[in-house]
Design a protein around this ligand. Sequence first.
Ligand SMILES: NC(=O)c1ccc[n+]([C@@H]2O[C@H](COP(=O)([O-])OP(=O)(O)OC[C@H]3O[C@@H](n4cnc5c(N)ncnc54)[C@H](OP(=O)(O)O)[C@@H]3O)[C@@H](O)[C@H]2O)c1
Length: 289
Amino acid sequence: MRSGYGRSIFEPLLPLILGRDISGEVAAIGGSVRSLRVGQEVFGALHPTAVRGTYADYAILSEDELTTKPSSVTHVEASTIPFAALTAWRALKSTARIARGQRLLVLGGGAVGLAAIQLAVASGCHVTTTCGSQSVERVLAAGAEQAVDYTAEDIELVIKGQFDAVLDTIGAPETERIGINFLKRGGHYMTLQGEAASMADRYGFFLGIPMATALLLKKQIQYRSSHGIEYSWTYMRADSEGLHEIRKLLEAGKLKIPVDKTFPITQVIQAHEAKDKKLILGKVVLEVD
Ligand SMILES: NC(=O)c1ccc[n+]([C@@H]2O[C@H](COP(=O)([O-])OP(=O)(O)OC[C@H]3O[C@@H](n4cnc5c(N)ncnc54)[C@H](OP(=O)(O)O)[C@@H]3O)[C@@H](O)[C@H]2O)c1
């Protein structure tokens, strides 16, 4: 977003505040709020198009975007979870409707990939993941039964059998091709790299969105007839029921996204530079004094 992603939506609304995830204490509530009280420790995430983000001392979220933070985890630990886990939740639970005993292939072992592995394992699924060499231990620790290092191995030779669902967190033409070929008939391919925002950025909102919808429909029809599979672009969405289930898994120690480094919120620039230059592999958390 800082470098222009989503400009067709955000440009007229500038300046905007970045940040989606949050963990902290409720400072005030609106008159209609029933499930939260002042002083309660909560965590959650804003929806993807929010303009007033969480890089702030005080952020405003709706009731369904927050839930109680388990006392067993710190605010820093809790803040890494919601956006990534809700993204994985939407794909696996709402779109693919994964069930016990099914096989899931996760392409990419970053934050969303790690959340997806743990949600699927908690649902009784068997997970295979592709990731870079430095992430292999992490994805195995998260519960993947097989971790394939895409930098050293030929994914198509190493992975055996077919899958009920593929979550592609990379969304490159090559990962799309590989993911689709690994699916059983009736399986679900889901990419996090839907083209709605990028096409709206390129062609303008009113031309880009219908073009993206047409492209999605074309791919859905094409893959249904060629492979018998369901194809979707999947997006994070606020989901209070999902967040509640995510909280239960966090509380039970079944969901964790490791924190690689924290920065004081005054060092946002340094934090972004460290991620851009790939000096830090995993999650970075900004702490408010
Ligand atoms: N649609 C939505 O609503 C939504 C929501 C959240 C995130 N996203 C997008 O989804 C993507 C993933 O998010 P994230 O938070 O999980 O990011 P992340 O933590 O940066 O993870 C990306 C991971 O992918 C791995 N990777 C890169 N190329 C790969 C390949 N060819 N095969 C296998 N693994 C590969 C990287 O591993 P190495 O560094 O080891 O190579 C990295 O660990 C981002 O582009 C993000 O913007 C979309």
